[in-house]
Design a protein around this ligand. Structure first.
Ligand SMILES: [Fe+2]
Length: 280
């Protein structure tokens, strides 16, 4: 197995590994250590079965059930198939910012206990576009001026399934799904339970406001954090190949999808989420 950094911002590529076979303890330990250091691992692989996918996921944590029922693969509630294909020309908007996946986000932050990690494997990809970009919000936090850190550290923010701060609207939920997504409050700067490192925990699609503030004051602070956390020096842009399996750390990364790709070209990924802890 070889592990090599993808770029200076974040991420490492893992090659010479067969994900269809169980991995030994030493290999799993090395993968976990690399994961905490780089925050994202990219396995160059072939598409794996749901059972193999679950086995890879267990190296990094405990799989959790996914919210949207329609997306479960063969009824396996830990694995969902995400189809972002534009089936008809009218499905693809002129203004890409209206597509929720383009917004910088950390998965699952509208839950009281958000998934700490996401695994995503590409099954089909379009000929152009469709890249996923990641930003290292730990570096973004570490680089902030001390006087600004003093302003932000300790603030709490409300996350909801939707926020008027986001330009586009999310997938409609069923009544059951809606009942599982009340407003929650998380620290705006969170501490990673495994590394002790602080990182910005902001979700452009879900973070609505700082608690205890008028919207105007809250928006000014959230706009500042939004600008800081995705500056180009913190960003890695992933160009998908079929079978690429990514695992990334939602506690210190945000991501965004380039949704500008041709209509009727399939873009399909299978996804898993790993159970997290209450953000502190
Ligand atoms: Fe996402």
């Amino acid at each position: 197995m070889r592990i090599e950094p993808l770029c200076s911002a974040l991420g490492a590529e893992v090659s010479d590994i067969d994900l269809s076979q169980p991995l030994d303890r030493e290999t799993s330990d090395a993968l976990r250590a690399a994961y905490l250091e780089h925050h994202l691992l990219c396995f160059r692989s072939d598409p794996v079965t749901p059972a193999e996918f679950v086995r890879v996921a267990r190296i990094f944590g405990e799989p959790q059930r996914q919210l949207i029922r329609d997306e479960w693969v063969d009824g396996v509630e830990e694995v969902s198939m995400l189809n972002s294909t534009y089936e008809r020309p009218e499905d693809k908007p002129e203004d890409m910012s209206l597509v929720r996946l383009t917004g910088w986000h950390t998965d699952d932050s509208y839950f009281p206990v958000p998934a700490h990690s996401t695994l995503l494997q590409s099954i089909q990809i379009p000929e152009s576009g469709g890249q996923t970009s990641f930003a290292n919000t730990r570096k973004a936090w570490e680089d902030m001026a001390e006087d600004r850190k003093a302003v932000f550290d300790g603030l709490m923010a409300v996350h909801d399934y939707d926020t008027i701060r986001a330009p586009g609207r999310p997938t409609k939920l069923t009544a059951t799904e809606d009942s599982e997504t009340a407003e929650v409050i998380h620290p705006l700067i969170r501490t990673h339970e495994d590394t002790g490192a602080k990182a910005i925990y902001y979700n452009a699609n879900r973070t609505d406001r700082v608690t205890g503030m008028e919207r105007e004051e809250s928006d000014a602070l959230l706009d500042e954090i939004a600008e800081q956390h995705t500056r180009p020096q913190y960003v890695y842009r992933h160009e998908w190949r079929v079978g690429d399996l990514l695992v990334w750390d939602n506690r210190c990364l945000v991501h965004s999808v380039n949704m500008d790709f041709p209509v009727q070209q399939s873009r399909l990924h299978q996804r898993m989420l790993l159970k997290g802890t209450v953000p502190v």
